[in-house]
Design a binder for this molecule. Structure first.
Ligand SMILES: *[C@@H]1O[C@H](CO)[C@@H](O)[C@H](O)[C@H]1NC(C)=O
Ligand SMILES: *[C@@H]1O[C@H](CO)[C@@H](O)[C@H](O)[C@H]1NC(C)=O
Ligand SMILES: *[C@@H]1O[C@H](CO)[C@@H](O)[C@H](O)[C@H]1NC(C)=O
Ligand SMILES: *[C@@H]1O[C@H](CO)[C@@H](O)[C@H](O)[C@H]1NC(C)=O
Ligand SMILES: *[C@@H]1O[C@H](CO)[C@@H](O)[C@H](O)[C@H]1NC(C)=O
Ligand SMILES: *[C@@H]1O[C@H](CO)[C@@H](O)[C@H](O)[C@H]1NC(C)=O
Ligand SMILES: *[C@@H]1O[C@H](CO)[C@@H](O)[C@H](O)[C@H]1NC(C)=O
Length: 496
């Protein structure tokens, strides 16, 4: 409580500026599923709006709001199924209505295609702002009920014949939603393709950086050794003034380092910023998306820098990599101010930059999922400075003292109880994961249920099977796409 009040006082004093992160807590800006690369120019479908209840779980609350969706009927053939792309923790992109692997399946099966944006993200604003009082309506359960009402609404609006089969598609958090939708509303959804979905809610997601390390090792052990050595050097440099000034210069920090007592969270934030560069590159390695300016920076790019001794000692190579990523993102300097970051995430207005989804996703992690990517499993590699307490403190600092470890523990247990975590019992679902995607650690990678198999792709990243195919795709990715198509064909044939 006291820390919270002190922080509030500091917030008033902190100068404004953008400390907004391109990659925060394993979430890419604008959401984890990127936009597909388009092979040509299209006229993209327009925004459509669907009236939705604010609170699906209180029949005495009649308040409604407008939810955005897209439709593409160009592939529909009489008697065909309906495909539903589930929006997630970012703005829904109309580009998904014209290209992407699900569109290939739509062509194959003659499907009518919809995409529903997730409540509280993009243009789907159920409330006047993002205050705590309003965000109680932001949850995966409300989102699933939105999808259920949407399906019924579209069945009426498009006069879709009874018995028409709906198949859901989702990647990342919507990958979980797709599987849960089939589990909770089997009378509405006949099957689901769940890509890279974290089904297990977990506060301390230590495995994340373990898999990042493994992914870097696919380049070389030397790459991992350099990261370790560089972090050791940073530790030492932080202890004295010359070192601190050196770090400011090398890493192009926005402000000088003050390792005094009050600013230790800045140091944790600095380390976490540097580590999340690796996370971003690994999570999206060589996929076929076009929403990130860093999409051509791969594990090979960064490890080639890290292992290039001509550049200098390890800390210099780490700085070179950091600067390459900053340059690609168009960042002038590295802002590691904890207070500034918190201040932005406390902003409740829709026209603020954090309203692109950062605040909302933070809320969902603090009240439903955890998923905090801590350094504690690999402290020598990524530093010991961002343990789970660092993230729980953020929940408290952003949302208030009630958002603490007790709430989180209950929240995560609740999520796993309501959905079944990795014991999820479901049929007509395919779980697809990539071995270098850190999120696979919380997903169904080894299903023993023949009615809900897993496909584990060696060497691919987050949601790789959803992007449009490219000539550079490894054969196992192509096979995975074919296998998903085959499974959809099976589901459409039977009436399980
Ligand atoms: C990638 O996205 C940018 C910005 O939206 C766009 O200008 C560019 O044409 C896209 N490239 C491809 C290949 O889709
Ligand atoms: C559906 O997508 C195709 C491209 O795949 C596009 O040419 C067409 O205009 C889209 N149709 C609608 C109704 O948006
Ligand atoms: C990535 O693409 C940009 C723009 O095309 C280019 O300037 C940059 O050098 C590329 N980076 C790498 C690592 O290939
Ligand atoms: C190593 O870095 C130097 C200096 O930036 C560069 O000239 C050289 O091409 C790099 N070597 C490799 C193998 O990438
Ligand atoms: C929230 O963000 C908006 C838009 O950037 C800004 O105008 C407003 O001053 C911010 N509010 C606070 C309390 O910082
Ligand atoms: C799946 O389980 C089998 C048998 O328990 C095991 O041999 C295999 O390594 C597991 N696969 C993955 C990807 O964990
Ligand atoms: C995955 O691919 C890597 C590199 O192509 C290979 O060395 C490894 O044996 C493969 N693993 C499996 C389980 O097929």
């Amino acid at each position: 409580m006291q820390t919270f009040l002190i922080l509030l006082a500091l917030l008033g004093l902190a100068n404004t500026g953008i400390a907004w992160r391109h990659f925060l807590r394993g979430r890419a800006k604008h959401g984890n599923l990127g936009e597909p690369v388009l092979s040509k120019k299209y006229e993209l479908p327009n925004d459509q709006w669907f009236e939705q209840f604010l609170d699906h779980f209180n029949p005495t609350d009649a308040r409604t709001w407008q939810q955005r969706y897209f439709v593409n009927s160009s592939y529909f053939k009489k008697g065909g199924p309906v495909f539903l792309m589930i929006g997630g923790e970012g703005t829904a992109s109309a580009k998904w209505m014209v290209e992407g692997q699900w569109i290939e399946y739509a062509k194959q099966f003659g499907a009518l295609c919809f995409q529903l944006e997730h409540r509280f993200y993009g243009k789907s604003h159920p409330t006047s702002d993002l205050s705590i009082k309003n965000m109680v309506y932001l949850s995966s359960e409300q989102a699933l009920a939105d999808l259920a009402y949407f399906i019924e609404g579209m069945n009426r609006l498009y006069q879709i014949p009874a018995g028409t089969k709906w198949i859901a598609f989702g990647g990342s958090y919507p990958g979980s939603l797709a599987a849960w939708l089939r589990a909770k509303y089997p009378h509405l959804v006949h099957g689901a393709m769940s890509a890279s979905g974290p089904l297990l809610a977990q506060i301390d997601f230590q495995q994340y950086y373990v898999i990042v390390e493994k992914a870097l090792r696919t380049h070389s052990d030397a790459c991992v050794k350099t990261v370790e050595a560089a972090n050791n050097q940073i530790h030492i440099m932080l202890r004295h003034r010359i070192g601190q000034e050196g770090l400011k210069k090398k890493f192009n920090l926005c402000e000088p380092i003050d390792p005094g007592h009050t600013k230790t969270r800045d140091i944790a934030n600095l380390y976490e910023n540097l580590a999340s560069n690796f996370a971003d590159v690994v999570q999206y390695n060589k996929d076929n998306r076009n929403s990130s300016k860093t999409s051509n920076i791969t594990i090979d790019t960064i490890c080639d820098i890290l292992t290039n001794e001509t550049i200098g000692v390890p800390v210099d190579r780490l700085a070179e990599m950091n600067n390459l990523i900053m340059k690609a993102n168009g960042d002038k300097c590295l802002d590691f101010s904890y207070i500034k970051m918190i201040k932005e995430l406390r902003n409740v207005t829709w026209n603020n930059e954090a309203a692109e989804g950062g605040r909302q996703w933070m809320y969902q992690t603090c009240t439903e999922f955890g998923f905090f990517q801590t350094s504690t499993a690999r402290p020598n590699l990524f530093s010991e400075t961002f343990p789970v307490e660092f993230f729980i403190q953020q929940c408290t600092d952003i949302f208030g003292p009630r958002y603490n470890i007790n709430l989180l523990e209950a929240a995560v247990e609740r999520t796993n109880t309501l959905y079944g975590a990795l014991q999820l019992d479901v049929s007509n679902v395919v779980f697809v994961h990539g071995s270098i995607d850190p999120w696979h650690a919380l997903g169904m990678i080894n299903s023993t249920n023949p009615q809900a198999p897993s496909i584990y792709i060696n060497g691919t990243a987050h949601c790789a099977n959803m992007y449009p195919p490219s000539k550079e795709d490894p054969p196992q990715l192509t096979q995975a796409r074919e296998e998903v198509g085959r499974l959809i064909g099976e589901w459409l044939k039977n009436s399980l």
